[in-house]
Structure formats: structure tokens, C-alpha cells
Design a protein around this ligand. Structure first.
Ligand SMILES: [Zn+2]
Ligand SMILES: [Zn+2]
Length: 375
């Protein structure tokens, strides 16, 4: 094993990434060291770099990257299996959720509320720890990643390409969680607002979860073509249908029974989509708000009356838990021969071009960008 490895290091908001070398850490009992195979550039990384997420959860200098697949190169004492009980050996490919170690199971949210995805003591890979301090490799944009004891790791099936999982990235567990929140049933009409990675994955998950009709509202055209290729029955291009009233009317027209969608997912991140989405839900239906991960401001023209009068359920869905990471692996293993998510990777960048990678994602110039630390 070499004694040093490279990492792309974020030294400050909007500042160019620097490639730095750090010593490879010793693996403590319970920990795992992986050689990184593929690391995605997620929209959240771009927001982090631009400073939209604030500095609260960041420790500079920091290695970003939380859509990760790595190859096990060292197992700490006592690590013999992944979190489903599968035997784990050197050479296996694994993925892991963003949470460092275990949720605390000592805070109100973990213990009483039962929502460990909102653990009050949660720390994440690719954000919480400064890479100046050992074990240094605490984000995916590097040649190695150090996985602390009790991190939920899952082995990839042999025939699932690392790039497929990374290309689906955060969108997969995000929407698997949101779909669980929504409780999609056979015969449902599901409308998805937004056709970014999360929205497109939402359409796939809805269809594969038993939805009868799937409607995607978004743009640009190429994205909607992809949505149709992946199973959307109808798409509504917001650059063509500019009037929200008309979009609501179309969702009702496309819905089975003509009353609106049983389930609507908000995956756009645009505040005003909320006022529109509530009215796309049928009476008694469910609206799951997934896309408002950053505070983009208030909603104009929202009538709380709609919620009562339509007797609807509105739910938020924040991040995910290890079980959704595992379900994402299983879903991809089952469905990837059909969707071939690895084909979405349109750009591969060496660590030296991390700044360019992040800028291109910011400017919507890539379908999916991954960092290849060995390029
Ligand atoms: Zn992400
Ligand atoms: Zn907790």
C-alpha cells in the first residue's frame, strides 16, 4: 500500500480546489479504508461550494463528495460483514450513506421522534471534518476514503457498475425515501414537478412502484424526452405551457379519473411550484415536498384553504436513512439492465479539474459528472 494519496480540497467558498497529498491513515478497529472508484458531483456539492448551505456544517479545508463507490483495501479489526450481513473482503466494492458512523440514538429525533435522518448530532462525509486532521480522507473526491467504525456500508452486486450507482447518486435514495413517504399504490397517477436528477428518478421509482400513470412537469426538452424514455406517460414542458392554471388543468386531464394526481412529488426546488403542486393533487391525495433542500424563499399566492378544502396530506421528505441506500443498491441491481444509469455519466474529470467539474455542473453543462481520482 502506498503511504500517501491525493485529494481535491475545498479551501473556501468559490475558491479553486487544490490537489493536496495526505498520508494514508492507519485503520482503527471497526473502520474501513477504500480506494475510490467513482465519486459523483451532486447539486448539493455545487451549493456547498457557492456558499448557499452556509458554513455551519463545514470544516475547512474539506474534501467534498458524498456519492461514492470504493473498493475495500483495508478492513479494521472486527469488520467481517456489510450491514446486511454479507461477508466483506478486500477487493469488494461498497457504497455508504453520507452519515459518518452511526446516528447517535441518544437525541430526541433519534430516540423519541424516530427520525434518525434528522439526528441532531449527525455528521456527514464530504462536509463535517477538516482534512487537515487525521484520518484526512473524509470525503469522496480523493484517491481514498476512510470509513469510520459503524458506517453503514453495503456491498455492490458483481454486475452493477460503480458508475451506475454514482450516476443515480443522491437522487436514488432521496426518491426511494420520498416514495416510501408517499405510499404509492397500484393504479395511482403520480405527477412529478421537476426534471432534474431527483425528478427523473422520481418518475422511474413511481412507475416501478406500481403507479399507473406518471406525469413529469419540467424542462428542457431533452430532459423530458429522457423522462418519457424512462416511463413517464405524459410530460409538460414549462417553457411551452407557461400558465400554471393550464399545467394544473393538464395534470387533471392526464390523471385517471380526471380529478388530479393521487400523489405529487415536488422535485423542482422552486418555491412557487408548491402553490401549483398542491392544486395538482386530487382531493384526499398526498403531496410530498422533496426539492426544497435550500431555502429559496417564500411562496406567493398560496391559499391554505386549498389544503383543508381538498383534504390533502402534505409531507416533507429530508435526506434518507441507511435502509434507503440499501434499497437503492437493490433497485439498481434489479433495474439497471433496463435503464443503464452508467450511460448518464457524460463527463469524467481528474482531481486536478475539480473546479471545472463543479462549474460545469453549476452551469448545467453536464448530464452527470464524476471525478475519477485515478485518471
Ligand atoms: Zn448529494
Ligand atoms: Zn441522534
Amino acid at each position: 500500500m502506498p503511504d500517501k494519496g491525493k485529494a481535491a480540497v475545498m479551501v473556501g467558498f468559490k475558491r479553486p480546489f487544490e490537489v493536496r497529498e495526505y498520508p494514508i491513515p492507519k485503520v482503527e478497529p471497526g473502520a474501513i479504508l477504500v480506494k475510490m472508484l467513482s465519486a459523483g458531483v451532486c447539486g448539493t456539492d455545487v451549493h456547498t461550494w457557492l456558499g448557499h448551505t452556509g458554513g455551519k456544517v463545514l470544516s475547512f479545508p474539506v474534501i467534498l463528495g458524498h456519492e461514492n463507490v470504493g473498493e475495500v483495501i483495508a478492513l479494521g479489526e472486527g469488520v467481517e460483514r456489510d450491514w446486511t450481513g454479507e461477508p466483506l473482503s478486500i477487493g469488494d466494492r461498497i457504497t455508504w450513506p453520507t452519515t459518518i458512523g452511526r446516528y447517535c440514538y441518544r437525541c430526541y429525533n433519534c430516540v423519541v421522534a424516530g427520525i434518525p435522518n434528522k439526528c441532531l448530532n449527525r455528521r456527514t462525509y464530504g462536509a463535517a471534518l477538516s482534512c487537515d486532521k487525521p484520518p484526512h480522507f473524509t470525503g469522496g473526491w480523493a484517491q481514498y476514503c476512510y470509513l469510520f467504525p459503524e458506517t453503514a456500508v453495503f456491498k455492490l452486486p458483481k454486475d452493477l457498475p460503480a458508475d451506475a450507482l454514482v450516476a443515480a447518486g443522491c437522487a436514488a435514495p432521496t426518491m426511494i425515501h420520498a416514495s416510501e413517504r408517499a405510499g404509492i399504490r397500484e393504479g395511482d397517477t403520480v405527477a412529478v414537478q421537476g426534471s432534474g436528477a431527483v425528478g427523473l428518478f422520481g418518475a422511474i421509482i413511481a412507475k416501478e412502484s406500481g403507479a399507473d400513470k406518471v406525469i413529469v412537469i419540467g424542462g428542457p426538452r431533452e430532459r423530458l424526452e429522457l423522462a418519457r424514455k424512462w416511463g413517464a406517460d405524459h410530460t409538460i414542458d414549462i417553457s411551452e405551457v407557461r400558465d400554471p392554471e393550464e399545467r394544473i388543468r393538464l395534470v387533471k386531464e392526464y390523471s385517471i379519473g380526471g380529478q388530479g394526481a393521487d400523489v405529487v412529488f415536488e422535485c423542482s426546488g422552486v418555491p412557487n411550484a408548491f402553490a401549483e403542486g398542491v392544486r395538482m393533487v386530487r382531493d384526499g391525495g398526498t403531496y410530498v415536498v422533496v426539492g426544497q433542500f435550500m431555502d429559496a424563499g417564500p411562496v406567493e399566492g398560496f391559499h391554505p384553504f386549498w389544503v383543508t378544502f381538498k383534504h390533502i396530506t402534505i409531507k416533507g421528505s429530508y435526506s434518507w436513512e441507511p435502509r434507503h441506500t440499501w434499497r437503492a443498491v437493490r433497485f439498481m441491481a434489479k433495474a439497471n439492465s433496463k435503464y443503464r444509469f452508467e450511460d448518464l455519466v457524460s463527463h469524467r474529470f481528474p482531481l486536478e479539474e475539480t473546479t471545472k467539474a463543479v462549474e460545469m455542473v453549476r452551469d448545467w453543462k453536464v448530464v452527470k459528472a464524476v471525478l475519477d481520482p485515478w485518471k
